[in-house]
Design a protein around this ligand. Sequence first.
Ligand SMILES: [Zn+2]
Length: 387
Amino acid sequence: MEPEKKLPLSFFERLPKTDLHVHLDGSLRLSTILELAKQDGVALPATTEAGLRDAMNLGRNCGTLVEYLRAFDVTLQVMQTEEALFRVAYELAEDAARESVRSMEVRYAPMLHGRLGLKMTQVVEAVLAGLRAAQQRYGIESTVIICGIRNISAEVSLEMAELAVAYKNRGVVAFDLAGAEYDHPAKHHKAAFQLVRDNNINVTIHAGEAYGPESIAQAIHFCGAHRIGHGCRLRENGDLLHYMNDHRLPLECCPSSNVQTGAVRDLASHPLKLYFSLGLRVTINTDNRLVTDTTVSKELWLCHTEMNMPLRDIKTMILAGFKSSFLPFHVKQSYLRQINEELTRFSADGKIADAPTRATGDPPWRDPAARLLRPSEPPAESVASVS
Ligand SMILES: [Zn+2]
């Protein structure tokens, strides 16, 4: 039996985890926005952290997805140089590593970063370099998902798909469609999806957030999605729900964000618990660390405190995150072995056993962490030692 007492947020910060649905342009630090604006001469709606928090509606219920997306008008203004892109990518990975995220898939739409004339390749390279620098320092594995935007033209989506193809096996792992879902069906972007599918690139699509289950069906059957972003309205179609379950198609759930965009009424009525109990592969993600004012730890903690999910269910969702990532199969297997082992240290009574120490002189094949290192990677600094 799980104890009645709820586990604290700090406990969830120690659990190893993934973040498979996180937008670069929604996950900056407020202090960095202010610094970059000053440096690049960008006028912001406020000049203090508190003022900006208010002007951008951070962490607030916005009522609709379109209202929620307004905060991005501010963040995009300061993300138009290689230096800024490197920095925000680095800091996002640093923040994630500090809450024990081990594997992260960062998504963004490169065409939104060309206002000052940056070439799309420069945009992609700068973000990859920032993530790589953070990986070298903290050991966090980060890859990139390139987004097309529903409410921008199909031609631009095709250009983004071409970029995803060009950077396949060079840090980019998938293609996504984000933006305003209502009135902007994914099938309008058919050429982009055809190109990425022809090149065996993974597909994930925001669907069933601001539109019904038809949007999810279209994402899967017409665009070839391997995962679904949000899927809040999947519960309205039982047949499709079972199809996703039978095919182990994961859901990228972002509970707090879904409340803020009005996709669900409140956390207690979020369908993720229903999906989980039916056996669906449910993963927990941030969506936007800044705009939603959250972390993966906080989202898992909210599942525990607001939806009464016990630790064993939280662990299952953590493992679903590693299973659902777009990493190569053998890498995922290594992660799963290691994370399974690590999770046994965390007990439902809130106790965390020390990590087993390897005797000096043990061969590296006895160390699961060593197996995860890629050629030419320096050993990762322990996340626990990051101040
Ligand atoms: Zn999203």
